[in-house]
Ligand binder design. Sequence first.
Ligand code: ADP
Length: 190
Amino acid sequence: MQNIVLFGPPGAGKGTQSQKLIDKYGFVHLSTGDLLRAEIAAGTALGLEAKQLMDKGILVPDEVVVGMIDNKIKSNPDAKGFIFDGFPRTVAQAESLDKMMSQNNIKINGMIALVVDEEELTKRLLVRGQTSGRADDQNEELIRKRVQEYNSKTMPVADYYTGQGKYSAIDGIGEIDEIFTGICAVIDQF
Ligand code: ADP
């Protein structure tokens, strides 16, 4: 079993690459952004609360996303592996993930970071906003706020995995298939 954290700022291509990894390796995809949007679509209390923060480009509380991930790990006991996309986004989330993994007798094999500069991210997100219907992709100020949240709260998560000897970086600019080949090369070494 392989469990991978796919890391990078909003617009780095985590969702695109996750889809290709699922097709190739049969991983279960755990995207906290997708899980939160499903809660919003279902009109749950959790979704309503999360939406207010997401609409401002601010991270939702750690306990909310940790709870969702815990449920998903437990409800997939036969998974070939998990791909974590958009989670963990704070060091506290990373610590909780390690606890959840050890409670289930599994572990994170490694973090793969997609490296993309801010100018390229903003461009990509504005293009995505034209088709995704996501309000948070249609407003440049909101995009900057999300990148700011990433720089202040999420970047330290890379150091957390570096400290465990589990960090690898891949250039996230280039052909989708070329980037995918780079990611697979890392995974195949785990
Ligand atoms: P993107 O990577 O483009 O920002 P996501 O779908 O991953 O898109 O996240 C959308 C929003 O959902 C974030 O701006 C944040 O408010 C919330 N969110 C998603 N994952 C997390 C998380 N792990 N912790 C806190 N908030 C999260």
